[in-house]
Ligand binder design. Sequence first.
Ligand code: GLN
Length: 285
Amino acid sequence: MKAKALYADIRERLKSAGIAEAENEALIFLETYLGITRSDIILDEEKEPEAESLNALGSALSRREKREPLQYITNNAPFMGLDFYVDERVLIPRPDTELLVEEALKDLHGGSRILDICTGSGCILISLLKYSNDCMGVGTDLSEGALEVAKKNAGEILGDNDRIRFFKGDLFEALEGTGSKFEVIVSNPPYIASGEIPNLMPEVKDHEPGMALDGKENGLFFYERIIPKAKEYLTVGGTLFLETGYDQGPAVAGLMENEGYIEIKVLKDYSGNDRVVTGVRSVKG
Ligand code: GLN
C-alpha cells in the first residue's frame, strides 16, 4: 500500500473520532507501529507492513478512538527533550510544566538538593537532574504505582545512580523528622477544582489518575498545605517553585506572602497564562 493512502486512512479514522490533532497523531501512529516516517509519506513510498504490525496498529487505533490518550497507548511522553514512559498510573507530562523546570534549572548549582512533591512520572525531578551537575534529588508521591513509573524513568534516563531517591507518602510525610533540607523544592500538585473535572476532555477525565488532578473544592487544597510546610524543608535562601492553574497565580502568590516568603514571582507560560509561582524562604522563615 502507498504511504500516503495509509496516512490518509488513519487521519480520517482519528478525525471521525473527534480527535483535534488527527494529522499529527496519524504521523505518530504510522512511525510507532509501522516505522513509516513523514518523508516516506511525502515521497509516497510503497510499503508492505507485516500483518503483525498492522494488527498492533489496529488495536492502538481502536483504543485511541475510545479517547484513550495517545501517550498511554504508545507508553511514551516527550518532555524536556527526553522520552518518559507513562501509563494510567501517572499524569501525562505537559509542555507547560517545562517552564517550571527551566526556571528551577537557573537556580541549581553543584551540590544542590532538590525535593519534588507529587513527583508522578518523575518528569520534573529527572529532567532537573539530567540537565544539571552533581545535584541530588528526592521525589515523593502518595501513589505506589506512580513511584514505580518514576523509578523506571529514572533508571532509563539517568542510568544507575544514587543521586535520586523516591519515597511514598503524603506530601512531606516521608521526610518528617529526618531534618532533611533542600535548596530547591518543586511541585506540580493536583490543582483542578473538583467541580471542574466533569468538564475536562474525555482523555483527561476518563483516563488520567483523578488523584493527580483533583485540587479539591477550590483547587488550592495542596498549595495551602505545601506552602507553610515547605519552609521546614527549605534552606534559608532556598526557593519553592510551584506550577499553578492559569487563574491561580495571584492566590498562590498571596499564600506565599502570608507565609513570609520573599522575592515572590508569578511567571507566564508560552500562551501568556500565569503558570509558575516562585518564592524564597527568608531568614525569618
Ligand atoms: N510531577 C508530575 C508532573 O508534573 C505529576 C504531577 C501530578 O501528578 N499532579 O507531570
